[in-house]
Design a protein. Structure first.
Length: 140
C-alpha cells in the first residue's frame, strides 16, 4: 500500500466507485437475462467437460468430507419442520440443500450440517461461513 493511498486495496477502491455510481445490477441482469441464458446454454453444450469437472470436484469434496448418508425421508422431514420456507430469508420457494459449514471448508455431508435454503440464498452464500455471509449481506 502506498503511503498516500486513500483506499487500502484495489477491491476497496472499486467497491467505493460502484457505490458512487449507484449501479443496479439486478435491473441490469433482468435486461440482459435472455442473452445471458442463451449464452450459458450454448457454452454448456459446447464445453460439456467444464460442467462434468465441477460435478466431479463436488463429488470428491463430499467423499473426502465424510459422507453420512441420510435418506430422502429425513430431508423431507427437515423441509416440513422448516414449513417449506428458506432457513435464511423465510420465503416460500423451491428449497435446496445448503451446507452450514461448507464442504470446501471441512464441513460434512450429513443431516446435521444441511438446511433448506432457497436457490437465491444458497447461491449467494456460496462457500462462505454463515457469519461471514451475513456480514456481507448487511453491508449491502
Amino acid at each position: 500500500m502506498r503511503a498516500n493511498a486513500i483506499y487500502c486495496t484495489r477491491k476497496c477502491k472499486n467497491g467505493a466507485s460502484e457505490k458512487r455510481r449507484g449501479r443496479d445490477d439486478a435491473a441490469r441482469y433482468q435486461a440482459e437475462r435472455e442473452r445471458r441464458l442463451a449464452y450459458a446454454i450454448a457454452y454448456a453444450k459446447a464445453n460439456p467437460h467444464v460442467g462434468q469437472a465441477a460435478r466431479n470436484r463436488r463429488k470428491a469434496w463430499k467423499r473426502d468430507a465424510g459422507v453420512f448418508a441420510f435418506s430422502g425421508r429425513e430431508w423431507r422431514r427437515l423441509c416440513v419442520r422448516q414449513r417449506g420456507e428458506c432457513f435464511y430469508c423465510k420465503e416460500r420457494a423451491d428449497l435446496t440443500m445448503d451446507h452450514v459449514i461448507p464442504l470446501s471448508k471441512g464441513g460434512r455431508h450429513s443431516i446435521g450440517n444441511v438446511i433448506p435454503a432457497c436457490i437465491s440464498c444458497n447461491s449467494s452464500k456460496s462457500d462462505a461461513f454463515l457469519a461471514v455471509w451475513k456480514m456481507r449481506r448487511q453491508r449491502g
